[in-house]
Design a binder for this molecule. Structure first.
Ligand code: AMP
Length: 185
């Protein structure tokens, strides 16, 4: 089963994605984590992505589709993947759909984690204090939020009825219960 988690930075995709991956026995794949790791290790991919990420902009569709292609080629990904924040533009949605179709698969569920803007800002503030991520500073956060509004929000419509909205407020367990209900397990 292939599931896409969407939502602005700070909506809880990472937390719920890990819980879901565990419950379903599927790998979780987050382009944000993969890119951060590449930056840390100074790989060619990391060198390309570093300044774009630190500024809070989106890296190119070409880079993202390249890493998704590699992920899907891993044997561990044969039964499905929890895609955490992997699709953020319409060309990426189209490209990922084509890569899945090559394997006779499609995105079966798209979960959109919805949180109010004020709540997101206070969560990101707390995360910055805890994790010290370079792209959690106020200016970069603003740009990530507008990248989300301008480029990623329209992707939800692209998925149409495949997408469901999860109110991502309350405790982690409460949100997990809503996720399970949306997925029917
Ligand atoms: P995240 O941790 O998911 O917020 O991702 C951190 C940063 O990685 C984003 O602000 C983007 O610069 C980049 N990134 C991650 N996933 C994507 C994607 N699917 N498309 C474009 N850029 C991405």
């Amino acid at each position: 089963m292939d599931i896409l988690l969407m939502g602005p930075p700070g909506a809880g995709k990472g937390t719920q994605g890990a819980i879901l991956a565990d419950a379903l026995g599927l790998p979780k794949f987050a382009t944000g984590d993969l890119l951060r790791d590449a930056v840390k290790r100074g790989t060619p991919l990391g060198l390309k992505a570093k300044s774009v990420m630190e500024a809070g902009h989106l890296v190119s569709d070409e880079i993202i589709l390249g890493v998704v292609r590699e992920e899907l080629a891993r044997p561990e990904a044969a039964q499905g993947v929890i895609f955490d924040g992997v699709v953020r533009t319409i060309p990426q949605a189209e490209g990922v759909a084509a890569l899945l179709a090559e394997r006779g698969r499609k995105m079966q569920h798209v979960l959109y984690f919805h949180v109010s803007a004020e709540e997101l800002l206070s969560r990101l503030d707390r995360r910055r204090a805890m994790e010290g991520r370079a792209d959690d500073d106020p200016e970069a956060i603003k740009r990530r939020m507008s990248a989300y509004e301008e480029q990623t929000a329209p992707v939800l419509d692209w998925y149409g009825e495949t997408a469901s909205t999860i109110p991502a407020v309350g405790t982690v367990d409460e949100v997990t219960a809503r996720v399970r209900e949306a997925l029917g397990f």
